[in-house]
Design a protein around this ligand. Structure first.
Ligand SMILES: [Fe+2]
Length: 207
């Protein structure tokens, strides 16, 4: 299992293409904007998208869902608690600003313990609420896609609708900090980090 990062849009969202090296089948995670840039990366790597997943329903992570779905006709997956956010993305000024399109309805809901399969690989779902009620993190081969839950030296904001500091702190401590220290953390924005590094130095969550 390998991944490719495509940084998209004004908020520099990390869209991840996680793929099976053998079959080239891939999951597209958080296509927030700039669909052409994502298509280019898929073409260059010779990938075959089979599934589309959102770590949560905020506009900067879902703004190109429609373009992806139109081009590849693959199932869209998100946690049920964030699916209503998909209906509201155009209501925000930010949605307009980054050129987001109205998202299609999800085809499948993801919850804790489920897996997303592509080729001979799979990602495992953790429900990590706090930044939004339906935020998920995805465990891959030695890495974790943490969405907007945990960043390098930071954590997700909790002041948006449905956000909760207590939930965010619990998610990070009980679901993420229990993973092996060497686990590479790939956040929804900014540089990668590791579980060990954040346990030792993240100023927002004491371990
Ligand atoms: Fe977010």
């Amino acid at each position: 299992m390998k991944f490719e990062t495509v940084v998209v849009g004004a908020l520099e969202t990390n869209c991840y293409l996680v793929f099976c090296e053998e079959t080239r089948e891939c999951v597209i995670v958080d296509p927030g904007a700039e669909p052409e840039k994502i298509f280019r990366s898929i073409g260059e790597k010779n990938l075959k998208p089979t599934i589309l997943a959102n770590t949560h329903g905020h506009v900067d992570h879902v703004g190109a869902n429609k373009d992806i779905k139109d081009k590849f006709d693959i199932p869209l997956c998100i946690h049920a608690a964030d699916s209503s956010l998909l209906d509201n993305i155009l209501a925000s000024a930010m949605g307009f600003f980054i050129g987001a399109k109205k998202s299609p309805k999800p085809d499948r809901f993801l919850d804790e313990g489920e897996s997303i399969h592509f080729g001979k690989s799979f990602l495992e779902v953790l429900h990590t609420p706090g930044h939004s009620p339906g935020s998920i993190s995805l465990i891959g081969d030695g890495f974790l896609l943490s969405g907007d839950v945990l960043f390098c030296g930071g954590v997700g904001r909790t002041d948006l609708p449905g956000g909760s500091w207590d939930q965010l702190e619990n998610s990070i401590k009980e679901k993420i900090f229990v993973l092996p220290d060497e686990t590479l953390v790939l956040p929804g924005h900014g540089p990668s980090t590791s579980v060990g590094q954040e346990k030792n130095s993240n100023p927002f969550v004491r371990w």
